[in-house]
Design a protein around this ligand. Structure first.
Ligand SMILES: [Mg+2]
Length: 101
């Protein structure tokens, strides 16, 4: 198993907790859930494009732009985990129940 720096996982889990607190609801529609994950990835892509092709945009330093990309990557990872959590929980709920004996 590959290793991820603890600080990265801490940041992702902190973001996940925060997102659940701010937005306790999670859509029933699977495409809406995927769209939430994709929205984060889209924001990351936008920031990456700006860092690459519009350095210094809006007075942001490269450090600021890199920090923005990291924030979006953390948000995307948190939403991907939330997606997986709910999907897995639904899968468990779908499992056939054994009859009572
Ligand atoms: Mg975002």
């Amino acid at each position: 198993m590959s290793r991820v720096k603890a600080g990265i996982l801490d940041d992702v889990l902190k973001e996940l907790r925060s997102a659940k607190k701010i937005h306790p609801g999670w859509p029933d529609h699977i495409v809406a859930r995927a769209a939430i994950v994709a929205e984060g990835a889209g924001e990351l892509l936008k920031d990456a494009l700006q860092a690459k092709y519009e350095p210094g945009k809006a007075g942001l330093s490269l450090t600021d732009q890199r920090a923005a990309m990291r924030r979006e990557a953390v948000q995307t990872a948190a939403m991907a985990i939330r997606f997986i959590e709910v999907l897995d929980a639904e899968e468990i709920a779908r499992e056939p129940k054994l009859p009572d004996t």
